[in-house]
Every structure is written in C-alpha cells, then in structure tokens.
Write a protein that binds this ligand. Structure first.
Ligand code: ADP
Ligand code: MG
Length: 279
C-alpha cells in the first residue's frame, strides 16, 4: 500500500515528551508536504522528538517512512517541492525554519553536521582530501593555511585513518568507501558540531567495514560529548549505539522510548513487527 493508504490505518502519532531545560534539538508536530502538479501530499505528519546534549538517539523505520526528510527538514535542506506546513524545530532555543539562508548555512557548518549513506557526495572529487578538510577547518576557525592543514591531518588521524598524511594527499576516488566515510566524518567534525545527524552512514559499506565506522562514531560521541541522531533501519545498530530510539512509520512517530524498553516492551504493533523482521 502507498504511505497515504497505510497512514489511514495508523492512529494519531505519539506525543513527544514535554521539552526539558537542557534540550538541544526539539522537534514538535513537524508536518511536511510535497506539492506536485498542484496536488499536496503530507509526507511527515506531526513528527515530534527531542535530542538532549550528549545523547545518541536512533531514528528507526522502514524505507520510505520519512527518516531522511525529517533530518533534511532539521538541516533546512528539504528538496524542492517539499515544504514545512506545520510544527516547530527548535535548536538551543532558536526556531530553525525562521533562519535566513546564510544563518542556516552557518548553523549547518558549526552546530549541526550531517553524514550520509554516500560519503562521496560530501567530498569534492577535484581536490585532495587534506585540502578540502583543511578548507572546512578554516571556514570555522580563521587560521593560517598551515594550521588548517595540520588540523586536517589531526582530524584524519582521529577518525582512525592510518597514515593520515598519505590520505591527505590523495583524491577522494583514490580511497575505499570505508575510508571515504571516515574522511566525511572528519570533515563533519571540522566545525566541532554539537549535533551530528548520521543518515544510514554504514548502509553502503561492506559488513566488515560497518562495525569499524560504528565504533568510531561511538568513540567520537563520547570523546566530544556530541549528540548524535542516528538514522537506520537496522535494530542491531540501534542496540549497539543508541540510548533512545524514535520509531517512524508512514510519516509518523509511532513510538519512542529507551532502547531497553523498545526491545523488551514494544508498545506499537509496528515496532513489534519491525523487531520480529529484524535479522
Ligand atoms: P526514509 O528516509 O525513511 O527512507 P524519506 O524521508 O526519504 O524516507 O521519504 C519519505 C517519503 O517521502 C517517501 O515515502 C516518499 O513518499 C516521499 N518523498 C521523499 N522524497 C520525495 C520527493 N523528492 N518527491 C516526492 N515525494 C518524496
Ligand atoms: Mg532515507
């Protein structure tokens, strides 16, 4: 069935908990619609959840449930044709959708960073890796070229790349997918974000490489006290890296709880089905 058809069978979305003082990201009743040939379709319906400082929150659901659109709405990067038609996205007290494009761009660099399934998208094929990571460093902290370069190599080292100097001299197409994802993570960290949105960051990688990237993200989250919104359809990953998870189905949040509660006492039929079908 189409998402719209399925949605009709789903009850109203669960209420997000009341916002707390130490909130980092607070999404409330976020509604997003696509307009095509004059017809408007609601694709996110009153989505609500929080990410608190230092927390790793999973955003879980099958393909097409609205996970990526939720993250793109937070980042101010919705595709053309999609628009926010209701609700609020507050980041440290600022209503994000009310920001101008330039302010939003700055926010994306320094406060909220994203890595995605396809690391090559984040990398420019025509520049050496060290040059582009250094460039990101220098847009955030005005420093000399030399210092930018040194910090870039340090970041490449931090994300577990052996021979960071050598990697810095390479072009993106000269490294493996797993290495490229580490470079993309280094680039995302260059602005010292407080929130990292990771949209299925291991899906496109070999199984053997996936675990290494997950370990890295957990290690970085702990070392930097960063918050992570971890988008995945894989419950194994949720169990490994998340404290809480938000379950999406057909554009709605159907359940959110601690990972322990979700595994032991799933409340929503969809969560139960998703857990059962998980490898
Ligand atoms: P997920 O990341 O959970 O796989 P998405 O957030 O990418 O899901 O998409 C949610 C829904 O939004 C999809 O099922 C699709 O119906 C709709 N959608 C996504 N992108 C577009 C688009 N460019 N045009 C029209 N509808 C879209
Ligand atoms: Mg997606």
């Amino acid at each position: 069935p189409t998402p719209a058809r399925r949605r009709a069978r789903v009850a109203a979305p669960v209420e997000a908990p009341a916002p707390t003082d130490d909130e980092l990201l607070s999404v409330r009743d976020l509604t997003v619609a696509f307009t095509s040939e004059g017809v408007q379709t609601t694709v996110l319906d009153r989505v609500g959840f929080d990410v608190r400082p230092g927390e790793t929150v999973g955003l879980v659901g099958e393909s097409g449930s609205g996970k990526s659109l939720t993250s793109l709405a937070v980042l101010g990067l919705l595709p053309s044709g999609a628009e926010i038609t209701g609700g609020s996205i507050r980041y440290r007290g600022t209503e994000l959708p009310s920001l101008g494009p330039e302010e939003y761009r700055r926010m994306r660099g320094s406060e909220i960073a994203m890595i995605s399934q396809e690391p090559m998208v984040a990398l420019d094929p025509s520049f050496r890796i060290g040059t582009q990571v250094a460039e990101v460093v220098r847009t955030h902290d005005r420093c000399s070229r030399r210092e930018g370069r040194e910090r870039a190599v340090h970041l490449l080292d931090q994300v577990g790349l052996t021979d960071p100097e050598g990697v810095a001299r390479k072009f993106p197409h000269e490294v493996s997918g797993g290495m490229a994802q580490r470079v993309a993570i280094a680039q995302a960290l260059a602005g010292r974000p407080k929130l990292l949105i990771a949209d299925e960051p291991t899906t496109a990688l070999d199984v053997t490489v996936q675990a290494g990237i997950l370990d890295l993200l957990v290690r970085l989250q702990r070392a930097h006290g960063m918050s992570v919104l971890f988008i995945t359809h894989d419950w194994g990953v949720v169990a490994d890296v998340c404290e809480r998870a938000v379950v999406m189905y057909a554009g709605q949040v159907v359940e959110q709880a601690s990972v322990i509660d979700l595994f032991e006492r799933p409340q929503h039929p969809y969560t139960r089905a998703l857990l059962r079908s998980s490898p």
